[in-house]
Design a protein around this ligand. Structure first.
Ligand SMILES: Cc1cc2nc3c(=O)[nH]c(=O)nc-3n(C[C@H](O)[C@H](O)[C@H](O)COP(=O)(O)OP(=O)(O)OC[C@H]3O[C@@H](n4cnc5c(N)ncnc54)[C@H](O)[C@@H]3O)c2cc1C
Ligand code: FES
Length: 504
């Protein structure tokens, strides 16, 4: 299935706005940033504005990761509820999170104004409501926790048309915001380049030498005083990977008549968990629905998408999606992101759950302050080197059980395999050929066969087929691979080992 987000499908690129070159040299700089999503690009601009020499390397193109596949909502609370932080940490921490996020939304607004960025930034209200009776109490509790965290929330009794009547009151948080994330991040990258940052696209980092402070791509290398992993999940082995749940979530969008849908962020909690918004791009307008989150590599991706379409149909009358996509998020066990220098000596910025357009902007501020040797009040709260087994105990146990289950299930029990002859065009699956080890095989629509080892190169879990995105997804820490084994995303840096069958 062709998958592209409404953001990447509608981002307008003129010739004058063509992309950035590939790294084809050996160079030295002060700071090398790996990853061109909102975190990397905002940090690049912050550093360029303060005159720090900086190089940014992006594996594909700017916005390729979750940034260009998100919902484009900007808010000071967090999507799973600020009560989680108050419950697991304390009310002061919840206050600090809301304050840092409020400032980040304001920073995005300032940048949009300063650089005249055409990304549809608008202030709007966020609505949180229950779609079923069992979620009513959650909304009420979140309202109380929000008040305690200093959020200016209020209650309403109804939702605008075409939403169905909510179960219980609707919590409203005014003065939040929305934008077109791909248009924003692309223009931010151009502004960083105008201020001296050297940006490279199609420049995937294949090797990192943390001692020598060197990163290598297929056609170049960069030596730097500091390395920042703005890759969503840091590349290679990092402690935080054992403390994060990795999920995929789905998005769909369909064209609609302008102004036929109320402006704002709408989060439905309950049986039908869904996030809904509208967006105007040029002369066109779209209805955008996001939901059906599940652990990476654990569900049938095609069915998840079908479920989201069914929910969007019954909830807001979606007819036919023209954009369909999916993206990854990393949820920290203790509910706070990881930002700063970790035990590898490099900077990381991860654990943003589904709130990373704002957390990524927060991370860019925190890291640029730290690189400049300045204090940052939020930095100790989100310290990347923290290890909080008690705070994160439930999530950590859950995540490590997931990893162990994946390892044990896939290694000790016989995995469902099929014969190679059963692999129809357009299908992928684990195949067994005679006495050979099982293989992860995919036959493309033209009949060409790709076969790779099913053993993830990160920490040896076994990959699972993702039918919607034609990829091999690792259930342990979320690495994803193309049918030919190339790394698409996640902490793995090595491709899946290619196997040549007589038929390949
Ligand atoms: C469906 C969905 C909806 C969401 N909606 C929202 C929302 O409305 N609001 C919100 O605040 N958050 C939202 N989020 C979360 C948010 O999108 C992410 O947290 C955020 O975009 C992360 O930004 P990032 O720059 O850290 O990572 P990314 O945007 O993922 O960027 C990382 C970049 O690193 C590059 N990269 C990876 N490996 C390498 C390598 N080896 N070499 C070079 N480059 C590399 C990738 O290609 C990628 O471009 C959503 C998430 C999902 C899944
Ligand atoms: S991503 Fe860690 S084992 Fe696959």
């Amino acid at each position: 299935m062709d998958t592209i987000s409404v953001w990447r499908g509608t981002a307008r690129e003129t010739e004058a706005e063509a992309g950035f070159p590939m790294l084809q040299e050996e160079t030295a700089t002060d700071v090398v940033i790996v990853g061109g999503g909102i975190t990397g690009v905002t940090l690049a601009l912050n550093l360029a504005e303060q005159g720090t020499p900086v190089v940014l390397l992006e594996a594909r193109d700017i916005g390729f990761g979750s940034t260009g596949n998100s919902t484009g909502n900007l808010y000071e609370t967090i999507s799973h509820g600020i009560h989680r932080i108050a419950d697991q940490w304390d009310n002061d921490t919840a206050h600090a999170v809301a304050a840092a996020r409020r400032e980040a939304v304001a920073q995005i607004e300032r940048l949009v104004e300063k650089y005249n960025i055409d990304c549809g930034f608008r202030r709007c209200a966020l609505h949180r409501y229950a779609t079923s009776e069992d979620a009513k109490e959650r909304v009420e509790n979140e309202y109380q926790a929000s008040l305690k965290a200093g959020l200016q929330v209020r209650l309403e009794q109804a939702l605008p048309s075409p939403f169905p009547p909510p179960h219980g009151p609707v919590m409203v948080l005014d003065n939040q915001a929305q934008f077109h994330p791909q248009a924003y991040v692309r223009e931010l990258a151009r502004q960083a380049a105008n201020r001296g940052c050297r940006l490279f696209e199609n420049s995937k980092v294949l090797e990192v030498d943390t001692d020598q402070r060197m990163v290598r791509t297929a056609s170049g290398r960069v030596t730097a005083r500091e390395i920042v992993f703005a890759t969503h999940s840091p590349l290679g082995l990092h402690l935080v990977q054992a403390e994060m749940l990795v999920n995929r979530e789905y998005g769909i969008a369909e064209p609609m008549a302008r102004d036929s849908f109320p402006a704002g962020i709408f989060w439905g909690a309950g049986t039908d968990r869904i996030s809904v918004r509208s967006v105007d791009v040029g002369d066109a307008s779209f209805l955008v629905c996001v939901g059906e989150e599940h652990k990476t590599g654990h569900e049938d991706t095609g069915l998840s998408l079908e479920r989201l379409e069914a929910t969007a149909r019954s909830h807001v009358g979606l007819r036919e999606a023209v954009f369909r996509w999916s993206a990854q998020n990393y949820s920290p066990a203790d509910n706070l992101p990881y930002i700063g220098r970790d035990t590898t000596g490099c900077f990381i910025a991860t654990g943003f759950a589904t709130d990373g357009l704002v957390y990524g902007t927060v991370a860019a501020s925190v890291i640029s302050h730290q690189l400049a040797g300045r204090d940052d009040v939020f930095a100790p709260i989100v310290k990347a080197s923290r290890f909080s087994p008690l705070k994160g105990a439930k999530g950590m146990i859950e995540e490590n059980v997931t990893v162990m289950k994946s390892l044990i299930k896939d290694y000790l029990t016989e995995r469902e395999t099929i014969a190679l002859s059963e692999l129809m065009p357009g299908k992928g699956g684990i195949v067994k050929i005679g006495k050979m080890e099982s293989l992860a095989a995919y036959r493309d629509p033209d009949g060409k066969l790709f076969a790779v080892s099913p053993v993830c190169t990160h920490m040896k879990c076994r990959v699972h087929w993702n039918s919607m995105e034609t990829s091999w997804d690792c259930p342990c820490h979320g690495s994803r691979f193309a049918p030919d084994g190339a790394v698409i995303e996640g902490p793995a840096t090595e491709p899946l080992k290619r196997t040549f069958l007589p038929e390949c």
